[in-house]
Design a protein around this ligand. Structure first.
Ligand code: SAH
Ligand code: SF4
Ligand code: F3S
Length: 444
C-alpha cells in the first residue's frame, strides 16, 4: 500500500457511520456512504468490523455534542486495542470546532466540516490538496452531491442547504453556512432516479423549505414540477418557517393528493416578546392565522412543532403563553427542548438567566400537557381508514408490522408479513399518545 500523508500508510478498507442530529445529516450520511463505496471502501454494519469509524455530528444543543464526546471516549478503548483504526468526525460539530476538536480529542484522525465531508474518500486516498482537517465553506454549487435513498422504499433529498435566518439561539447558520438552493433540474432528476430504483416516498429537506428560490422557481412551483415530472406516490417536505409559509403552499397541499398531510411548523414560543428576542420575525397571532388556514383548507393534516423553554429572560407568565398556544393549537406532536447556550450565537451574549431547575420544570409541564393533547388528537384517528407505507416490523414484536400514515404517524398492524415498501389501507382501532394501532382494511 502506498504511503500517504493522510493515513500514515494504513488506509482503511471498511467503514461504519453513526449519524446524530436531523434528517439532513441522515441524508448526508447516505450520500457520504455512497461516495465512499464508489471510491472502493466497503460499508460494514458493526463498528467491530470497521477500520474507519465515522461520526456525522450535530451541534444544535450542548447535549447533542456531549453525546458525540461520549462516543469518542468509548472509541479511545477500541483504538488502544487496534492502533490502525481511524476515526473521522464530520458534519456540524466538525464544522464548529475544526482543529479544536482534534486538540480536545487527540485520537480523532479526520475532522471534515459540513461542506467538506463528501471529500472524505479523497482524504483517505491522499488526493493532492486534501488534509485531515478541512472546514472551509466554499461550495457555491452543491449540485455535485448525489442524493441516495435511505431505505429501498424511501429517500430524503436536501433542496436547500444552510440557513440565512439567524434565529438568535441557533447555531445552524454558523455550521451550515449561508442558504444555497439546489436547482429544480437537480431535484427532479434526483426524485426520478429514486423512483426508478423503487422509492415510493420522498421527503424534501431544508431548514426553511418555504424560502426555496432557484431560477425564478419558488417552493410551491417546485412541488408542482416534482409531482408532474416524477411518478411518485408520496411526497413530504420539512421544515417550514412560519414567516414564509404561504397560502399558495397550503392550497397546493389541498389540491395535490401526492403531497402528504403533514406540516412541521416550529413555533418555538407563544410569547411575542420572546419570539422577537429569538429573531423569529412572526407574531403568535400571525402563526395562529396560518394554523386556521391550514385547518380550514386541509382539516385532516397533522401539524407538528418545535418548542424551546427557558430562553433568556422568559418569565413564568411568558412560559404560560406558550402553554396557552399549545392548548389552543392542539399539535399532533412536538419536539420540546430546554434552551441551550450555543457559543457564537447572538443569544449567547444574553444572560442565560432562567435557572436550570426552572427550565426542567417548565419542560416537564409542557411535555405533560402536549402528551395529553397528542393522545386526544390521536383518538380522533380511531375508526378511520388511513393509507400507510409499510416500513418494517414493530421493534418489540416481529409478528406486528410498522407503517407510517400520511400524517407521519406510526401505525402498528397485527399482520406479520406485510411487504416492506407497500402502501396499504389500515383501519385504525386504537391510539395512544405516540402510536396508532390497526388492522388491514378490506380495501387491500
Ligand atoms: N430550521 C428549523 C429548525 C432547526 S433546529 C426551524 O427553523 O424551525 C431544530 C430545533 O432545535 C429548532 O426548531 C429549535 O426548537 C431547537 N433548537 C435550536 N437551537 C436551540 C438551542 N440553542 N437550544 C434549544 N433548542 C434549540
Ligand atoms: Fe436555526 Fe432559525 Fe435557521 Fe431554523 S430558521 S435553522 S431555527 S436559524
Ligand atoms: Fe444538528 Fe446540524 Fe441538523 S446542528 S440539527 S445536524 S443541521
Amino acid at each position: 500500500m502506498a504511503k500517504n500523508k493522510n493515513t500514515n500508510g494504513h488506509k482503511p478498507e471498511t467503514f461504519h457511520i453513526q449519524t446524530f442530529g436531523c434528517q439532513m445529516n441522515l441524508a448526508d450520511s447516505s450520500t457520504l456512504a455512497a461516495n465512499m463505496i464508489t471510491k472502493g471502501f466497503k460499508r460494514v454494519d458493526s463498528e467491530e468490523k470497521a477500520d474507519l469509524l465515522i461520526l456525522n455530528t450535530c451541534s444544535v444543543r450542548e447535549k447533542a455534542e456531549n453525546r458525540v464526546y461520549g462516543r469518542l471516549g468509548e472509541m479511545y478503548k477500541y483504538k488502544k486495542r487496534r492502533p490502525n483504526l481511524k476515526i473521522a468526525v464530520v458534519g456540524c460539530m466538525a464544522q464548529r470546532l475544526g482543529e479544536k476538536l482534534k486538540e480536545r480529542v487527540p485520537h480523532v484522525d479526520y475532522v471534515l466540516g459540513t461542506d467538506r465531508q463528501f471529500e472524505l474518500p479523497d482524504v483517505l486516498n491522499g488526493v493532492e490538496g486534501t488534509q485531515q482537517v478541512m472546514t472551509a465553506f466554499g461550495h457555491e454549487n452543491l449540485d455535485f452531491i448525489t442524493p441516495i435513498k435511505e431505505t429501498p422504499h424511501s429517500g430524503f433529498i436536501t433542496i436547500t442547504r444552510g440557513c440565512d435566518n439567524y434565529c438568535t439561539y441557533c447555531i445552524v447558520p454558523y455550521v451550515r453556512g449561508k442558504e444555497v438552493c439546489h436547482s429544480p433540474g437537480y431535484i427532479i432528476d434526483a426524485v426520478k432516479k429514486m423512483v426508478d430504483e423503487g422509492v415510493v416516498e420522498v421527503t424534501l429537506l431544508g431548514q426553511n423549505v418555504n424560502s426555496y428560490k432557484s431560477g425564478g422557481i419558488d417552493f410551491p412551483e417546485l412541488l408542482e414540477r416534482v409531482v408532474n415530472k416524477a411518478k411518485l406516490p408520496r411526497l413530504r417536505f420539512m421544515t417550514s418557517h412560519p414567516k414564509d409559509l404561504s397560502k399558495r403552499l397550503v392550497d397546493a397541499m389541498a389540491d395535490t393528493p401526492q403531497l402528504l398531510g403533514h406540516i412541521h411548523l416550529p413555533v418555538q414560543s407563544g410569547s411575542n416578546r420572546v419570539l422577537q428576542k429569538m429573531g423569529r420575525i412572526y407574531t403568535i397571532e400571525h402563526y395562529l392565522k396560518i394554523i386556521d388556514y391550514i385547518r380550514k383548507r386541509i382539516p385532516e393534516t397533522s401539524i407538528t412543532t418545535d418548542l424551546i423553554v427557558g430562553f433568556p429572560t422568559e418569565t413564568e407568565a411568558e412560559f404560560e403563553q406558550t402553554l396557552d398556544a399549545v392548548r389552543k393549537i392542539r399539535y399532533d406532536s412536538a419536539f420540546m427542548f430546554r434552551y441551550s447556550v450555543r457559543p457564537g450565537t447572538v443569544a449567547a451574549k444574553y444572560n442565560d438567566d432562567v435557572p436550570e431547575e426552572d427550565k426542567i420544570r417548565r419542560l416537564h409541564k409542557l411535555i405533560k400537557i402536549q402528551q395529553e393533547i397528542g393522545h386526544q388528537v390521536n383518538q380522533r384517528e380511531v375508526g378511520k381508514i388511513r393509507t400507510a407505507l409499510v416500513e418494517g416490523k414493530s421493534r418489540r414484536d416481529d409478528q406486528i408490522s410498522r407503517a407510517r400514515t400520511e400524517g407521519n404517524k406510526i401505525v402498528l398492524i397485527d399482520t406479520a408479513d406485510l411487504k416492506v415498501g407497500s402502501i396499504i389501507s389500515v383501519n385504525i382501532t386504537r391510539a395512544d399518545a405516540f402510536t396508532l394501532h390497526g388492522n388491514l382494511s378490506v380495501l387491500n
